[in-house]
Design a protein around this ligand. Structure first.
Ligand code: ADP
Ligand code: MG
Length: 336
């Protein structure tokens, strides 16, 4: 544990989207910290609010249809109060971003060189010569063979894996202390995924950046994360060190996610889905706003097992779980 201030501290963050005349929280009272040199994974099914959390941190929401309250503290700033001009200084320079689809993150009409150089022009006082060297150094650092040649190419001339490396190079270009990666490997095949994760790990060793790694894949988490926050329906339902979460998962949702992970010692296709809890995250308008949001997905657990207003409870030094239902939880058809 570090003794100083965390790199990023989020307190009671709410991000609500307007649907017709009402606002609905897609991120609902989220609090967490990110330390230097740490990979914090955020996991949860599609629709649980992970991307909204990421885009709120980097200020990518339109104030006309979004309400944001709470604190995203970075240095002495609450980022949610910043105007666009100030946010532009933070993005790229202090917080690097890597999103799921590298093609949409890149400009199809600009060479790779120009796109990486753009951030350096905007955020640094480097000379042209220094920028050139830095671009080639970055391409090399993210494992792109033949940087000279690739620098002159356009995004469509590269494979998906290479494009994602370019996006990572752009995110790293100004050596930001914080990196937010939202499903950075989802669009890539398994081998490339592993390479990209290795790369993030290795780059972090070198730069000491704090990384928020968003994924719905617990295999990715097991391989990379130091700490994990599990999100369901806009809320953090469990947060723990990665080791603790994998050895001692508590929340029914976490336990279901873990059960659904393919085991390497399990025969493929055999009994894999037996314990997965059925259902999906309800849509934003239809989220339960009272009681345990996961209750509807575990109807065989009696109502009394849930808290009326579930809060996060500390169950071990670095382990927090929402609601009391985990104390009485068992998978359907299994004894308690
Ligand atoms: P995740 O990244 O975990 O899949 P998201 O943050 O993308 O989840 O979405 C969380 C919820 O917010 C979903 O119900 C989604 O439909 C809704 N949502 C996301 N963006 C918007 C938006 N701009 N306007 C309205 N609803 C949105
Ligand atoms: Mg998402």
């Amino acid at each position: 544990m570090s003794t100083g201030k965390p790199l990023l501290e989020i307190n009671h963050l709410h991000t609500a989207f307007r649907i017709k005349d009402n606002y609905y929280d897609a991120v609902d009272d989220v609090s967490l910290t990110l330390e230097k040199n740490e990979i914090l994974a955020i996991v949860g099914e599609s629709g649980s609010g992970k991307s909204t959390l990421a885009t709120t941190i980097v200020g990518l929401h339109n104030k006309a249809n979004t309400q944001i309250t709470g604190e995203v503290l970075y240095q002495d700033l609450n980022l949610i109060d910043l105007n666009e001009t100030l946010y532009n200084r933070i993005r790229g320079n202090d917080i690097g971003m890597i999103f799921q689809d590298p093609l949409s993150a890149l400009n199809p009409l600009m060479t790779i060189f120009d796109q990486i150089e753009e951030a350096l022009i905007y955020h640094t006082k480097m000379s042209q010569e220094e920028r050139k060297n830095r671009v080639l150094e970055l391409l090399d650092q993210v494992g792109i063979p033949n940087p000279d040649r690739v620098a002159r190419q356009y995004p469509h001339q590269l494979s998906g894996g290479m494009r994602q490396r370019v996006v990572i190079a752009i995110a790293l270009s100004c050596k930001p202390p914080i990196i937010i990666a939202d499903e950075p490997t989802t669009a890539l095949d398994v081998t490339i995924q592993a390479q990209i994760l290795d790369l993030l790990n290795q780059l972090q060793d070198e730069t000491g950046a704090g990384i928020i790694l968003i994924t719905h894949d617990l295999g990715v988490v097991a391989e990379t994360a130091d700490r994990v926050a599990v999100m369901y329906a806009g809320e953090i339902v469990e947060m723990a060190s990665a080791v603790e979460l994998f050895t001692n998962p508590k929340h029914p949702y976490t336990r279901s996610l873990l059960k659904s992970m393919p085991q390497s010692d399990e025969l493929e296709g055999e009994s894999e889905e037996l314990h997965v809890i059925q259902g999906t995250v309800p849509s934003l308008k239809n989220l339960p706003r009272k009681g345990c949001r996961f209750a509807a997905r575990i109807p065989w657990i009696p109502a009394e097992a849930h808290e009326a207003n579930p809060t996060l409870h500390q169950v071990a030094p670095d382990h927090f779980v929402r609601c009391t239902c985990h104390e009485h939880f068992h998978f359907e058809g299994e004894a308690e």
